[in-house]
Design a binder for this molecule. Structure first.
Ligand SMILES: [Zn+2]
Length: 294
């Protein structure tokens, strides 16, 4: 249809010569009869293209059902750890060893951040970037493709077809990792609540790390302190920091809150600031208006 519209509204008025794509034969549409024939040829071309596409999709559908068990690869980007050999999921030995390593490291208690740093600092790169992202590793740890279960989604019908892939991770290791992921997710939530503090997100140490809430267990006191040690333990690359000082949290919070109250309560400071800000803004605006109205 598009071809016909283009012909009538563009090619004919502009006297454009057109050729049939495969045969190279000139398309004729000067006379109504020629137009009719051209319409038939064009429509038939479209029909053939549509039909080929339909056949290729139903072919894939058939292939996934018939050969899903033998690990047929349906196209797209194959997961890390595998390669496409003759349209079959095949283990890539080098990548598979890294996948195994990631699972084993996580199962033995190393956080994802640690694994990222470990891979990055050992020159082990993901396929299309220089460094690993935490998200990529987390997705890898959850991906059932590594226990041999891939699901190909037929976008046309919305039906999911199971494909059997060669197994890289044993079920017991995979299940152990899933349990730990779940536990660590819950733990993360608890940690956040435990370390909630008034100023934790607003202060930064001279080394560049955040000043966070630290519980001094010996004296059972909450203090603000540099989180470089904590971040380093979690696997982040941090600058060496000798700032071991802690600020008593309750006293610091009270001090800062009082300062804020003072500033807000003492209206002359705010008023002055407001005047200055608003007036300078106004003068900018009026000077701009002057320029624009000239
Ligand atoms: Zn620091």
């Amino acid at each position: 249809m598009e071809d016909i519209m283009t012909r009538n509204h563009y090619f004919i008025p502009n006297k454009v010569k057109m050729y049939v794509d495969e045969s190279g034969q000139e398309r004729l549409y000067a006379e109504p009869q020629e137009q009719l024939i051209d319409t038939i040829i064009t429509s038939f071309g479209q029909y053939t293209r549509d039909n080929t596409r339909k056949l290729s999709i139903s072919g894939k559908r058939h292939l996934s059902i018939a050969e899903g068990k033998s690990g047929v690869f349906m196209g797209g980007t194959i997961n890390y750890g595998y390669k496409n050999v003759d349209k079959k999921w095949t283990i890539d030995k080098g990548e598979a060893a890294i996948v195994k390593n990631v699972f084993e490291k996580y199962a033995s208690g190393h956080p994802v951040k640690y694994i990222k740093t470990y891979l990055d600092s050992n020159g082990i790169k993901p396929r299309r970037s220089k460094l690993w992202s935490l998200g990529t590793l987390q997705t890898m740890l959850k991906n059932r493709v590594y226990v041999g279960e891939y699901v190909w989604l037929d976008k046309e019908s919305g039906i999911k077809h199971p494909i059997v892939t060669p197994q890289i991770i044993t079920h017991s290791l995979f299940n152990r990792v899933q349990k730990m992921l779940e536990k660590n997710m819950k733990h993360k939530g608890n940690n956040r609540r435990q370390y909630e503090s008034l100023l934790g997100d607003f202060m930064m140490c001279s080394c560049g790390e955040k000043i966070g809430c630290i519980i001094r267990q010996t004296v059972n006191k909450k203090v603000y302190g540099c989180s470089s040690k904590n971040h380093q333990w979690k696997g982040k690359n941090v600058e060496l920091c000798f700032n071991r000082r802690g600020m008593n949290m309750d006293l610091t919070d009270a001090f800062v809150v009082n300062q804020i109250k003072d500033v807000v309560g003492n209206s002359s400071i705010l008023k002055d600031r407001f005047k200055k800000d608003v007036l300078s803004q106004k003068s900018i605006d009026s000077s701009q208006i002057d320029i624009e109205s000239r």
